[in-house]
Design a protein around this ligand. Structure first.
Ligand SMILES: [Zn+2]
Length: 374
């Protein structure tokens, strides 16, 4: 089966690249609401022409409308996840080929992954392969700003699915992603008491001093071995050099690998006792993203992918990576999730964003083969 799919996709390589180029040329960064509508139109047409399926478009408040389509039916549902927004401002990059690299805005992250999913279904259709299950694909338009208008829809659509496959690119060395870190943000405000630094130094309560002590403690919680990092990225406080400051604040960005570790850090930072007498503190928590833990379900999906890879002559492994994706929330719901099933390349969010041309069709064959194994 793997070889049959690969042979079909190789035969249609020119059409696949034509679709990819059309989608890359339909540029839209997350903030271009009109252009996002244009990309949706292109996608809706490609989906209909290649798979025969109609696309449902949700109305989102901010205009980053998520879309959904389904293909096939049978025993259970496999969710495919992708996004059609990119971080590249319009006109910031050209579509061009350099040797084995195809460069372009969003070509790796992740227009190629969308085309991979669409052409997997087209292959089933043309080869008369019954996937034996419903394939449901959700494509959002606000992934690059952490999916505020779409994550609840993605989670709703993931409910009860037997697996979720994220069509984001693989790692730069070709590995799939079985885990991703979670993140929590904190904004901590310290209150003290303002006095004249010369006339009444003793009567003041210095909020900056408390903040400084806390920052040292916060950074001491970083544990590279456990995969936990804390970064104080912004701090501010005080008004004038000769005033004891009554206000200071700082932000903390925390990344972690396990749900329990996130809970532990949240507890430590929210319940921290002040060490400068008389100060008080308030903590605002930005819940961020839960981690995609390397669950047995996620690793099981990777094993299936590895079997398909072997039959396709591909060699890759799997990794726990730092940045999050929409797969994090789905994995946290208990749905087995595997990420990195899009193209292979490098330079996502950078000026050298590209995919490896000769690796693209084999990666589509990997996705198409894996879906059938689930
Ligand atoms: Zn992406």
């Amino acid at each position: 089966m793997e070889q049959k799919l690969l042979a079909y996709l190789k035969e249609h390589e020119a059409e696949i690249f034509a679709d990819l180029k059309e989608l890359v040329l339909a540029e839209a960064s997350t903030s271009d609401i009109d252009q996002l509508a244009h990309v949706r139109e292109v996608l809706i047409r490609l989906i209909k022409e290649r798979t025969g399926s109609d696309t449902f478009v949700y109305e989102a408040k901010g205009g980053h409308n998520p879309m959904k389509f389904e293909f096939g039916q049978g025993d259970g549902t496999v969710l495919l996840i992708g996004h059609y927004d990119t971080v590249c401002p319009i006109g910031s990059m050209e579509l061009r080929q350099e040797g084995n690299e195809l460069h372009g805005p969003g070509v790796l992250d992740m227009k190629s992954g969308l085309v991979s999913a669409i052409w997997s279904m087209k292959a089933y259709k043309d080869l008369g392969i019954d996937p034996g299950k419903c394939l449901r694909m959700v494509i959002n338009g606000d992934e690059e700003i952490r999916s505020p208008e779409s994550s609840s829809i993605i989670c709703e659509q993931a409910q009860g699915c037997k697996a979720a496959l994220v069509c984001e690119p693989c790692t730069s060395n070709g590995d799939l992603k079985t885990g991703r870190k979670g993140s929590i943000g904190f904004e901590i405000t310290i209150h003290g008491k303002a006095t004249h630094a010369g006339n009444n130094h003793k009567g003041g309560i210095n909020a900056i001093e408390e903040m400084a002590r806390e920052i040292q403690y916060v950074h001491s919680l970083t544990d590279y071995e456990a995969g936990t990092t804390l970064n104080v990225g912004i701090c501010s406080g005080g008004t004038k050099a000769n005033v004891v400051p009554d206000l200071a604040s700082y932000t903390v960005d925390c990344r972690y690998m396990k749900m329990s570790e996130g809970e532990r850090i949240r507890g430590l930072l929210t319940n921290l006792a002040v060490s400068v007498p008389g100060t008080t503190r308030e903590v605002a928590v930005d819940e961020g993203m839960p981690p995609m833990e390397q669950t047995p379900g996620n690793l099981g999906l990777y094993e299936l992918a590895a079997q398909c890879g072997e039959k396709l002559g591909l060699s890759f492994s799997h990794q726990f990576v730092g940045g999050g994706s929409d797969g994090n929330k789905v994995s946290a719901m208990g749905v087995p999730t595997l990420d990195g099933l899009g193209a292979w390349g490098d330079g996502a969010h950078a000026v050298n964003e590209h995919i490896l041309i000769d690796q693209y069709v084999p990666r589509i064959a990997l996705l198409a083969s894996l879906i059938l194994k689930i």
